[in-house]
Design a protein around this ligand. Structure first.
Ligand code: LCS
Length: 395
């Protein structure tokens, strides 16, 4: 029989996770909009609860529509299974709750998405979890912070919003040497451009709110595991914590996923052109985009990613003031947080997505006051460039 996991990603995004429904042969998967599933008998109910029989019990514990999405993303990320969650933060917190405990220590990327860091520093600290957030692009910084009780190495690559990359294979090596679990937030790359499990990571997670859904109309998350042991551990915790996805949400995300490849290709093509154009502009001080040959980690990008993606950060020579003028002057780009949708979004991380991180820590992580983040969408390149050109004219 054909091994469908060997099909190209381009094909998998369209077909993975769903076989024609046997009863109706509907081409689009049915939405099992139900909270609970009837047992055939008391004995069958008991067998399902005891795990002696396979089947559905209750939507928090499993639902065919949600499983279709989980199987599709597990296949794209080359994991043994996946767990869809109500938001990206539910995925992040489930990973933390599952893999950390009292008196354990985490090492994370300094420039993580703000809330992924804040929850450790302000909430998990109450349960005795300690942490060090470092520049994980430099593997020595990680090695220096390892302690006896370090359990989890948690990285984001590319990182939000600095676009700094971390060597995932290098991290996997460190994790193996020290018995750590390596978790990678792959939101910025999407499974099309980077597959961390193949580079040695143990767990991959996404805010599916971003590229995977891709239409800025759903929030959600997903966690993919490399081993059955991790999958079972994470499932147990997720089902107890309750941050699961709902069937209608899963159906929408699966619909979005079907065009992921096309969207990533188009947005990346736009971003490559925009990054080069921005770099050539006299008012632009710097551009961080891993697809530019001048980017410090251009070679690493080529080694571990299939392309640089569509997120750019940049600063103007006029600094913070000029940046605010720019984001207040755009007409086609939309001033909003979030990313990875078909429409181009622009925002100011220091005062928005990363406002919860202290000023000192932001500076250490490279989240400077002049940093503007651009999530490049699928519009025509010429229209995006014209909009940024007219907005820059106001600065
Ligand atoms: N991981 C990354 C890399 C993110 O960028 C986000 C959200 C999350 C996890 C959390 O996912 P959520 O719960 O929002 O689905 N990032 C956002 C951002 O940069 N702007 O708005 C939200």
């Amino acid at each position: 029989m054909e091994d469908k996991s060997q099909r190209n990603l381009e094909t998998q995004v369209i077909h993975a996770g769903y076989e024609l429904d046997k009863a109706t042969r509907s081409v689009s998967p049915p939405i099992y909009q139900t909270s609970t599933f009837a047992f055939e008998s008391a004995e069958q109910g008991a067998a399902l609860f005891a795990g002696k029989e396979k089947g559905y019990i209750y939507t928090r514990l499993g639902n065919p529509t949600i499983e279709a999405l989980e199987q599709a993303v597990a296949s794209l990320e080359k994991g043994v299974g996946a767990l869809a969650t109500s938001t990206g933060m539910a995925a992040v917190s489930t990973v933390y709750f599952s893999l950390l405990e009292k008196d354990t220590h985490l090492i994370g990327t300094a420039a993580l998405y703000g809330a992924s860091r804040t929850i450790i520093e302000t909430e998990f600290v109450r349960y005795g979890v300690t942490s060090d957030f470092v520049d994980t692009s430099n593997l020595d910084e990680i090695r220096k912070k390892i302690r006896k009780n370090t359990r989890l190495l948690y990285i984001e690559s590319p990182a939000n919003p600095t676009m700094a990359l971390t060597d995932i294979q290098g991290c996997a090596q460190i994790a193996r040497e020290h018995g750590l679990v390596l978790a990678v937030d792959n939101t910025f790359a999407s499974p099309i451009l980077q597959n961390p499990l193949e580079l040695g990571a143990d767990v991959v997670l996404h805010s599916v709110t971003k590229f995977i859904n891709g239409h800025s109309d759903v929030v959600g998350g997903i966690i993919v595991s490399k081993t059955n042991e991790l999958q079972e551990r994470l499932a147990r915790v997720l089902h107890l914590l309750g941050g699961t996805m709902d069937p209608h949400q899963a159906w929408l995300v699966l619909r979005g996923l079907r065009t992921l490849y096309l969207r990533v290709e188009k947005a990346q093509d736009n971003a490559r052109k925009l990054a080069s154009w921005l770099e050539s502009q006299p008012k632009v001080a710097w551009v961080n985009y891993p697809g530019l040959p001048g980017h410090a980690q251009f070679e690493l990008m080529k080694k571990q990613m299939k392309g640089p993606g569509s997120m750019i950060s940049f600063g103007l020579k006029g600094g913070y003031e000029a940046g605010l003028k720019l984001i207040n002057s755009v007409k086609l780009c939309t001033l909003a947080v979030s990313l990875g949708g078909i429409e181009t979004l622009i925002e100011h991380p220091a005062s928005m997505t990363h406002a919860g991180v202290s000023r000192e820590e932001k500076e250490k992580a490279g989240i400077t006051d002049d940093l503007i983040r651009l999530s490049v969408g699928c519009e025509a390149y010429e229209d995006l460039r014209a909009d940024l050109e007219q907005a820059m004219g106001q600065c």
